[in-house]
Design a protein around this ligand. Structure first.
Ligand code: NAD
Length: 433
């Protein structure tokens, strides 16, 4: 692919990244290349999109429960701070790399601008397997990591949140550690906290809710009826399970689910609540009795109206894009579709609702949490959901209209809307000195 190749040549400009077309950073760069022709005069600033503003690597040493010392590698990347403080989650996963965190931070910049939040983009991660650590060890890792990145985060600088394998408890430890270090309880330094510590009602379910609200809107525009719509979901964690529940309540059928442990199929529709209870008990969807087992690749061939990748990046590649048997892909995960797969899906007339709008519900409610913490005035869950629905459907409307006007994919349309805002801010602020 010529533009992916172009992206790789640009990757060569950063000495700390090793190039690969299918990698998350390669995917992001190819997406940037596709938007540049639509940016007019602002394209002069496009190179700022291809470089993180700041990337920090930290050593995270802890004493394990058995007394041994273990070292973990941690990252915090602030891709852009042009429109406000950095904002983005922290991921704990054995395969986390600097390059992956750079891409996730960049997608946060685009997402925050696509829905017009007053934030830049950031992301963090620690390379570890959380299942191999005890709760006490996870607490020590979290506290040490927070201390190590402490000088670049803060409620006005950069505000972490949960992502894959991190949750409200981890945010509580981060908030406590930061607060101890600065000497003031600072609830606004992270979002996704427990409600008892300044967290927001509705935050836990917000990303899944956003996937449902934008997905319902997209289905309506594409004339896919909700009642009886067949849906296949990869990833049954926070985002996948909450989205599944809302689609199921609206009358759709969740016919297939895949997670790290296995894949399931039930033509009549899975009982989402029973499946969630099974995952809570067994740690995976594998072994759920009311379904047939599917092969890992077979999952991508299931006949459905909608496919929702809600796990990790790069899951819909060239091979799987040719197999998909659906009309619409809702990108609940970040970066689940490679640029080559995007082209195949477009040629096959399969619509893709891009991550930067589809999964923006989480960061929108994180924004509400940050605002509530500053004012120490908390809103009801109904108020939060109403405001969430209004912002996300308004943003989708704007993106859809832009894509139609420019005759580009929804992804490029979302990037046009977002990158104009990011680069306009960059242009207005100018360079210092
Ligand atoms: P989670 O840890 O709660 O769940 C992750 C799910 O993915 C689990 O079901 C896990 O089994 C599955 N999974 C992991 N590896 C897999 C593999 N190789 N094959 C199949 N399934 C696999 O994480 P989450 O918070 O639900 O996040 C899921 C995605 O949504 C990520 O891409 C994340 O960046 C994105 N996202 C999350 C939020 C949020 O608020 N949590 C917000 C925006 C985007």
């Amino acid at each position: 692919m010529p533009d992916a190749q172009q992206a790789i040549s640009r990757l060569g400009n950063l000495s700390y990244v090793s190039p690969s077309v299918e990698s998350p950073w390669g995917t992001y760069l190819a997406q940037v290349d596709r938007v540049v022709p639509y940016l007019g005069e602002l394209a002069r600033w496009a190179e700022t999109l291809r470089r993180p503003k700041r990337a920090l690597i930290v050593d995270v040493p802890i004493a394990l429960d058995n007394g041994e010392i273990a070292h973990f590698e941690g990252y915090r990347v602030q891709h852009s701070l042009s429109r406000g403080p950095g904002k983005g989650g922290v991921r704990y996963h054995p395969s986390v790399t600097m390059e992956e965190v750079m891409a996730l931070a960049a997608w946060m910049t685009v997402k925050n601008a696509a829905v017009n939040l007053p934030f830049g983009g950031a992301k963090g991660g620690i390379r570890l397997d959380p299942k191999a650590l005890s709760s006490r060890e996870l607490e020590r890792v979290t506290r040490r990591y927070t201390s190590e990145i402490g000088f670049i985060i803060g409620p006005q600088q950069d505000i972490p949140a949960p992502d894959v394998n991190t949750n409200a408890q981890i945010m509580a430890w981060m908030m406590d550690t930061y607060s101890k270090n600065v000497g003031v309880t600072t609830t606004g330094v992270v979002t996704g906290k427990p409600v008892s510590l300044g967290g927001s009602l509705g935050r836990v379910k917000a990303t899944g809710r956003g996937v449902f609200v934008t997905g319902r809107d997209a289905m309506h525009r594409l004339k896919i009826p909700m009642p009886g719509a067949r849906i296949a979901i990869q990833g049954f964690g926070n985002v996948g399970a909450n989205a599944a529940e809302l689609f199921s309540m609206a009358g759709a059928k969740i016919v297939a689910v895949q997670d790290h442990g296995g894949s399931l199929f039930n033509a009549r529709g899975l009982n989402v609540r029973a499946l969630a209870a099974h995952v809570l008990q067994h740690g995976s969807v594998a072994g759920f009795p009311e379904a047939d087992e599917l092969g890992q690749e077979e999952f991508w061939t299931v006949e459905a109206e909608v496919v929702i990748p809600a796990a990790l990046e790069g899951q819909i590649n060239e091979v799987r894009a040719k197999l998909l048997n659906a009309q619409l892909v809702l990108e609940a995960a970040n970066g689940p579709t490679t640029p080559a797969a995007d082209d195949i899906l477009a040629a096959r007339n399969i619509a893709v609702l891009p991550d930067v709008i589809c999964n923006a519900g989480g960061v929108i409610v994180s924004y509400f949490e940050w605002v509530q913490d500053f004012s120490s005035f908390f809103w009801s869950e109904d108020e939060i959901n109403l405001r969430l629905d209004k912002i996300i459907t308004g943003a989708l409307d704007h993106i859809w209209a832009t894509s139609t006007r420019q005759r580009v994919s929804l992804r490029t349309g979302a990037f046009v809307v977002a990158c104009e805002r990011i680069l306009e801010a960059r242009n207005q602020r100018g360079l210092y000195p």
